[in-house]
Design a protein around this ligand. Structure first.
Ligand code: CAA
Ligand code: NAI
Length: 727
C-alpha cells in the first residue's frame, strides 16, 4: 500500500503502491500517514520523499469507494495531507505519470515538488461531480493565484509538467530519474526552515479586482454547466480561500463536498467515469471478447470522401501520427477538401502550441491527396465517408476489395445503412466494419463501432484500438438501421416534431430539452446537421417524394402517424443553418444565431388549420417526457435486441455523441434514477393518448424489468432473452 525504505543515510522514501494507478484507498492513506509519522519520529531521518510505484504518483482518491462514503465521514486524506505539511522534516513529492485529485493534494502538502517532463497534474474532481476535498481548493489558490486556480479546478483539465512549472505548481522538471533527483533535493534542503514552504501559511495573492474575477467566473461556469452543480461549488470553495482563514476555508470545502457527494449528480458522473472504461471491454454475443482478440497495427490509412466527415477524420488520423491517403472524386472536391484539412490541421497545431505540446504531431507531410484509387494499394485500413447512398457505397467497396491488399480493414462511416449489405460486395466481409464518427469528427470523442454478421474479432479489436489511438471512446454495437445512437434519436426527433403539430414552438421544445442539460435542443440540432439529410433518407425510404404512393394521407404512413412538416420545410429550401433558415431564422446562410421565425409561426398555424389540429398548451414536463422517454424506450428495445450489450454502452454513446448531460449519467442511467415504473407509466399514458405512435408503446423489455421489480441497472442484461440455440 505504501512502502517505506531508506535512501542513503538520512532520507526516507515512501512509495505509494496500489496498481494500476495508486488510487488513494483508505489502506493507502493509512500507510502513507504511518510512513510520515515513522519518518518524523526517527531522528536519523532528515528528509522524506513521497513517490508512486510503476511510474505513477497517484490518480487520487479511490473513486470506487465513493458510493460507500457517508457524507459525514471524516476525510482521512485531508488529515494526512495536513500531517505531511506539518512534518518537521522537508517532504519532497517526486511526481511521475500523474498526480491527479487527491494525488495532487498529497503533493501540495509536500514542501517541494519535482516532476518528470511527461507528468500530468490536475484536479479532475469537478468532472466526477465533486470538488477537491483534501484541502486542494484552499492550497492551490495560495500557490498559483485565483485566476489560474479557478481555471484548473473548475475545468478539471490536466496540465503537463511544463505548464505546471510555469504556473508554479511544481518547482522543477526532470527528464529522467525523478525519484533520485528528489532524494538529492531532499538531502540538500534538510535543515532549512520549512515555514515559507508550507502552502497553508501563505496568503492568497491579492488582486485589486478579486470580486469581479470571482463573479465573472461564476457567470461563465453557470453558463457552461447547464445544470451541473460541481463547477459552481468549486468557485464557492475558492471564494472561501479568498475570504476566510485557511482552517475556516477547509471547513467550507468540506461542507460543499458533503453537499455534492450527497447529490445525485456525483453518482451519475462517477457512473459515467466507470461506464467509459467498461465499454472498452467489449464482448460479442458469441462470447468472443477483448480478452482474446488482438488488434493489428495501423500505420497507413486512407479516407474516401473529404466532405463534412472525411476532413475531420483525416485530421484525427494525422494528429495520431498516421500516414494518410485522402481521396476525392474530382479535382474540385479534392482542392476544397485539401484546403479544409489544411486549415483544420493549422488550427490543431496552434491549439497544441498554446498548451506547450509539440506541433509536429500535425505534420502535413504525412498526408497525400489523390484522385487515384491505386494509391490505396498498401494502406492498412480505409475509412469510406462518401454520400449516404447504398449504391455508391457498394461501388466503392467493390473497388476497394480488388485494389487494397487482402489484409486491409475496410470501414464505412455510414450513419445508418446495413453493414452486411456493404460487406457482401467484398471478397473479405470479415474485414468490413462500421466506424461511425460524429461531427465534427476531429473533436467529438465517440466512435460507434458496428460489427456486421461476418466481422471478425481481429477487425473489431483493430477498430476499437483505432478509437483509442485517435483519443476517442469506441463503443461496439450491433448492426441495425441507425445502430444505437441514430436509432434512439429517431423517436426523440419524431416526438419533437409531433409536439410542433400539437401547439409548441421550436424554441419551447429546445428550451425544455436544454433546461434538462442538453447542449442543444432537437430543432437547433436539426438545423445544424442540415434538414436535407433526413429528407434524402425519407425520400429513399419512400416516405415522401416521387416514390410515395399516390393517395397516401398527408399525416399517415402505414397507419402510423407521420408529420410532413420537415419535408415541407425542405421543399421551401429551408435546409437549416447552411441555408440561413430552417426551424429558425439565421442572420445569413451559415450564420449561427438561431432566431425565432414569424414565418414559421404562420406556417404552423396554417398547417394546423389545414389538418384540423387544435393547438393546445403543452407543458415542459410533457415536452421532456415525450422526447426523452421515447428515446429511452428505444434504448430498452435495443438492449432486448442485443444491439447494445449493456446499458453503459448506450449511456456512453449518448454522453459522447449526442450531448446528453453527464450529470444525468446517460439515458439508461436516468431511467434507473427516475425509476422504471415511472418511465413505464408515463409511456403508457402517452401511448394511450396517441395510439397511432408505435414508438410510445412501452418496450416489452421495459415491462419485463418492471414486472421483475426493477432490478438495478447492472443486472438488466441478465434478463435479456438469449437467442435460442441452433443445435
Ligand atoms: N480510483 C479508482 N480507480 C481508478 C482511478 C481512481 N481514482 N483512476 C483510474 N482508476 C481505474 C480505472 O477505472 C481503470 O480500471 P479498470 O482497469 O478496472 O477498468 C484503471 O484504473 C486504469 O484507468 P484508465 O483505463 O483510465 O487508464 P488510463 O491510463 O487511460 O488513464 C488516468 C489513467 C489518467 C489516471 C485516468 O484513469 C483518470 O483520469 N483517473 C481518474 C482521476 C481522477 O478523477 N482523480 C480524482 C479522484 S477524486 C479525488 O481525488 C477527490 C478528493 O480529493 C476527495
Ligand atoms: P458530404 O456530402 O459532406 O461529403 C461526402 C464527400 O464524398 C463529398 O466531398 C463527395 O465529393 C465525396 N464523394 C462522393 N462520391 C465519391 C467517390 N466516388 N469517390 C470519392 N469521393 C466521393 O457528406 P458527409 O456529411 O461527410 O457524410 C459522409 C458519410 O458520413 C455519410 O455516409 C453520412 O451518412 C456519414 N455521417 C455524416 C455525419 C454528419 O454529421 N454529416 C455524421 C456521421 C456520419
Amino acid at each position: 500500500m505504501a512502502q517505506y525504505r531508506r535512501a542513503g543515510a538520512a532520507v526516507a522514501v515512501i512509495r505509494l503502491h496500489n496498481a494500476p494507478v495508486n488510487a488513494l484507498s483508505s489502506a493507502v492513506v493509512q500507510a502513507l500517514a504511518q510512513g510520515v509519522k515513522k519518518a518524523d519520529l526517527d531522528p536519523s531521518v532528515k528528509a522524506v520523499v513521497i513517490c508512486g510505484a510503476n511510474g505513477k504518483f497517484s490518480a487520487g482518491a479511490d473513486i470506487r469507494t465513493f458510493s460507500s462514503l457517508q457524507p459525514r465521514d471524516r476525510p482521512a486524506l485531508a488529515e494526512t495531507v495536513s500531517l505531511i505539511e506539518r512534518s518537521q522534516k522537508p517532504v519532497v513529492a517526486a511526481i511521475e505519470g500523474v498526480a491527479l485529485g487527491g494525488g495532487l493534494e498529497v503533493a501540495l502538502g509536500c514542501h517541494y515538488r519535482i516532476a518528470h517532463a511527461q507528468a500530468r497534474v490536475g484536479f479532475p474532481e469537478v468532472l466526477l461531480g465533486i470538488l477537491p476535498a483534501a484541502e486542494g481548493t484552499q492550497r492551490l489558490p495560495r500557490l498559483i493565484g485565483i485566476p489560474a486556480a479557478l481555471d484548473l479546478i473548475t475545468t478539471g483539465r490536466h496540465v503537463l509538467a511544463a505548464e505546471a512549472l510555469k504556473l508554479g505548481i511544481i518547482d522543477e522538471i526532470v527528464k529522467e530519474n525523478t525519484v533520485e533527483r528528489a532524494i538529492e533535493l531532499a538531502s540538500k534542503v534538510s535543515g532549512q526552515p520549512l515555514g515559507p514552504r508550507k502552502i497553508s501559511l501563505k496568503p492568497v495573492p491579492d488582486l485589486p479586482d478579486m470580486e469581479a474575477i470571482l463573479s465573472e467566473a461564476l457567470v461563465k461556469v453557470k453558463r457552461k454547466a447547464r445544470g451541473r452543480l460541481s463547477p459552481e461549488m468549486c468557485i464557492q470553495a475558492i471564494k472561501a480561500a479568498v475570504q476566510l482563514p485557511f482552517a475556516e476555508g477547509v471547513e467550507k470545502e468540506r461542507e460543499l463536498f458533503r453537499f455534492l457527494l450527497g447529490s445525485g449528480q456525483a453518482k451519475a458522473q462517477q457512473y459515467a467515469f466507470f461506464a467509459e472504461r467498461a465499454v472498452e471491454k467489449w464482448t460479442m454475443p458469441s462470447g468472443t471478447s477483448w480478452k482474446t482478440a488482438s488488434a493489428q497495427p495501423i500505420r497507413k490509412a486512407a479516407v474516401i470522401g473529404l466532405g463534412t466527415m472525411g476532413r475531420g477524420i483525416v485530421t484525427s488520423l494525422v494528429k495520431a501520427k498516421m500516414l494518410v491517403v485522402a481521396l476525392e472524386q474530382d479535382q474540385k472536391q479534392l482542392d476544397i477538401g485539401r484546403e479544409a484539412v489544411t486549415s483544420l490541421l493549422q488550427w490543431e497545431a496552434s491549439k497544441m502550441q498554446q498548451s506547450g505540446q509539440s506541433q509536429d504531431i500535425c505534420d502535413p507531410a504525412r498526408l497525400q491527396f489523390t484522385l487515384d484509387f491505386g494509391a490505396l494499394r498498401d494502406v492498412d485500413l480505409v475509412i469510406e465517408a462518401v454520400f449516404e447512398d447504398m449504391a455508391l457505397k457498394k461501388e466503392i467497396f467493390r473497388k476497394l476489395s480488388t485494389i487494397c491488399k487482402p489484409e486491409a480493414f475496410l470501414c464505412t462511416n455510414t450513419s445508418a445503412l446495413d453493414i452486411d449489405e456493404i460487406a457482401a460486395v467484398t471478397s473479405h466481409p470479415h474485414q468490413v466494419i462500421g466506424t461511425h464518427f460524429f461531427s465534427p469528427a476531429h473533436v467529438m470523442k465517440l466512435l460507434e463501432v458496428i460489427r456486421g454478421h461476418h466481422t471478425s474479432p481481429t477487425t473489431i479489436a483493430t477498430a476499437m484500438s483505432l478509437a483509442k489511438t485517435l483519443n476517442k471512446v469506441g463503443v461496439l454495437v450491433g448492426n441495425c438501421f441507425g445502430f444505437v445512437g441514430n436509432r434512439m434519436m429517431a423517436p426523440y426527433v419524431e416526438q419533437a416534431i409531433f409536439l410542433l403539430e400539437e401547439g409548441c414552438k421550436p424554441e419551447e421544445v429546445d428550451q425544455a430539452v436544454e433546461g434538462f442539460g442538453f447542449h442543444m435542443g432537437p430543432f437547433r440540432m436539426l438545423d445544424l446537421a442540415g434538414l436535407d439529410v433526413g429528407w434524402r433518407s425519407r425520400k429513399g425510404q419512400g416516405l415522401t417524394g416521387p416514390k410515395l404512393a399516390p393517395g397516401t394521407p398527408a399525416r399517415q404512413r402505414e397507419s402510423r402517424r407521420y408529420s410532413p412538416l420537415p419535408d415541407f420545410l425542405c421543399e421551401q429550401g429551408r435546409y437549416g443553418q447552411k441555408a440561413g433558415k430552417g426551424w429558425y431564422l439565421y442572420e445569413k446562410p451559415g450564420g449561427r444565431t438561431a432566431n425565432p421565425d414569424p414565418w414559421l409561426y404562420n406556417f404552423l398555424s396554417e398547417y394546423r388549420e389545414t389538418h384540423g389540429i387544435k393547438a393546445r398548451f403543452v407543458d415542459q414536463e410533457e415536452i421532456l417526457e415525450r422526447c426523452l422517454y421515447a428515446l429511452i424506450n428505444e434504448g430498452f428495445q435495443i438492449l432486448a435486441d442485443r444491439i447494445a450489450s449493456a446499458p453503459e454502452d448506450i449511456d456512453v454513446i449518448y454522453i459522447y455523441g449526442y450531448g446528453w448531460p453527464t450529470h444525468r449519467g446517460g439515458p439508461m442511467f436516468h431511467a434507473s434514477t427516475v425509476g422504471l415504473p415511472h418511465v413505464l407509466s408515463r409511456l403508457q399514458k402517452y401511448s394511450e393518448a396517441h395510439p397511432d405512435i408505435p414508438k410510445l408503446q412501452p418496450s416489452p423489455f421495459l415491462k419485463k424489468l418492471v414486472a421483475l421489480g426493477s432490478p438495478p441497472l447492472r443486472e438488466w442484461v441478465s434478463h435479456v432473452r438469449q437467442p435460442s440455440s441452433k443445435l
